[in-house]
Write a protein that binds this ligand. Sequence first.
Ligand code: KIV
Ligand code: NA
Length: 257
Amino acid sequence: MITAYDYTTAVLADAAEIPIVLVGDSLGMVVLGHESTIPVTMDDIIHHTKMVARGNKNSLIVADLPFMTYQVDPSEALRNAARLLQEGGAHTVKLEGGENIAPTVRRIVQCDIPVMGHVGVTPQSVNAFGGYRVRGRTAQQASQIVKDALALEEAGAYAVVLELVPAPLSRLISEKLTVPTIGIGAGPDCDGQVQVLHDMLGLFTDFVPRHAKQYANLGQTIRDAFCQYAQEVKDGSFPTTRESFTMDEAILAELED
Ligand code: KIV
Ligand code: NA
């Protein structure tokens, strides 16, 4: 699974036969330029899910429910989940939380909207956690994450994302759950993996999380291309006749008179 936020990246993910594309609320940071995922709105996610749905015909498209669009009550959560499918074109939704949100997951799943869970470091809780540090190293945190993952499965979630949890804990949870786990910074023993597109492509340079592997350095490639372009415009080597268009000289001569 990888994230995608627009038509072009959705087409590329489809061509690479990535099974699941996530329109993550990480878009708040890597696309919209916010400092966290907290400011992301339903309209933001719907807008970007539409672009992804237009570009990708084969992957499962999952859209994130943004902060406070599902926490208030299960009926509001259901309505918002439905909007991601009806207006955005997603196939399923993802939300953050465990035992606390299980009744909401059940309500949405009962109305035939498949739900992916997300436990461990849940970025919408950044203000409560005080950062994005690994969770689950203490006995209390580890047992809570196990309970949360089990509660999500029990409530009907079809998969659970494990974000920034120690690898041995992910392995334990992956063994305990019947539904697949999908890890990010959660070690090799999850059933699947997810990466944020901008991190794996080296596009987001504000910071590079340790759990991200850069499969390309597009940030550098793009900067180099921009510099070369600007230089060639300045020194007159771009554009040439090759990138230009001719016209009938007689018409031009008339204009000059
Ligand atoms: O928003 C996102 O990109 C995510 C993934 C990191 C799982 O939720
Ligand atoms: Na997210």
